[in-house]
Design a protein around this ligand. Structure first.
Ligand code: 5RP
Length: 220
């Protein structure tokens, strides 16, 4: 299902010079497809949302740059999406760079399998990237807000992002106003970014089990 949505997204690359690429398994299917027609893309500029994606693109011999312009197009996966084009992202820990690239792109294309489409996007815990110095204080702030969360771990130690930060996964599924709470969390000192992406998808491509592909498009 992920591959089907990735294949469809290739169609949106034509005539784009600067291409942002997200992070995750769905995106890696996309890059695999891209590599088959690599010659079409050797003169384009690529922008990666993570060290991992950057390395994969460099291994293909593509021109990967630091963000220096508004991008023509950005392709990424998501952890959960709704039909209003809201998303939760950051399951792979790359949410901050992903949001920077998505915000600064003219067209955002999100590729997902149908299991990611939810009524309530917060059924996936919202990742929050935090500065390690603020970690205990942010936890206290969240406890005061009566919220449940986990510090993301990797091999028993805190997971560290490409930016040298930690991630808290915050459970908002059963909250009455999860969007409001997410906005409050974003304002806590020490929070770098939250995994709620609002208004940052122009097209969501959904790969389905029956091999069909559905596209949800932003109404202009
Ligand atoms: C990484 C992300 C990914 O887009 C998200 O986790 C989806 O990953 P996958 O394609 O592996 O299901 O937000 O930070």
């Amino acid at each position: 299902m992920k591959r089907i949505s990735a294949i469809r997204a290739i169609e949106y690359l034509d005539d784009n010079e600067s291409i942002g690429i997200g992070t995750g398994t769905t995106v890696e299917f996309f890059i695999e497809e891209l590599s088959r027609i690599r010659n079409k893309f050797v003169n384009k500029k690529f922008y990666a949302s993570s060290q991992r994606t950057m390395q994969i693109l460099l291994n293909l011999g593509l021109d990967v740059r630091e963000p220096d312009r508004i991008l023509d197009v950005y392709i990424d996966g998501a952890d959960s999406v709704d039909r209003n084009l809201n998303m939760i992202k950051g399951g792979g820990g790359a949410l901050t760079r992903e949001k920077i690239l998505a915000f600064n792109s003219k067209k955002r294309i999100i590729i997902v399998d149908e299991t990611k489409v939810r009524k309530n996007i917060f059924s996936f815990p919202m990742p929050v990237e935090i500065i390690p110095f603020s970690s205990d204080l942010i936890k206290l702030n969240l406890i005061n807000m009566k919220l449940k969360f986990n510090l993301r771990k990797f091999n028993e130690n805190p997971f560290v992002t490409d930016n040298g930060n930690f991630i808290l996964d915050v459970f908002l599924e059963n909250e009455e106003n999860p969007f409001d709470i997410a906005h409050k969390i974003k304002l806590l000192p020490g929070v770098v970014e939250i995994g709620l992406f609002e208004n940052l998808a122009d097209i969501i491509i959904i790969g389905k089990e029956n091999f069909e592909v559905e596209e949800i498009k932003k109404v202009p």
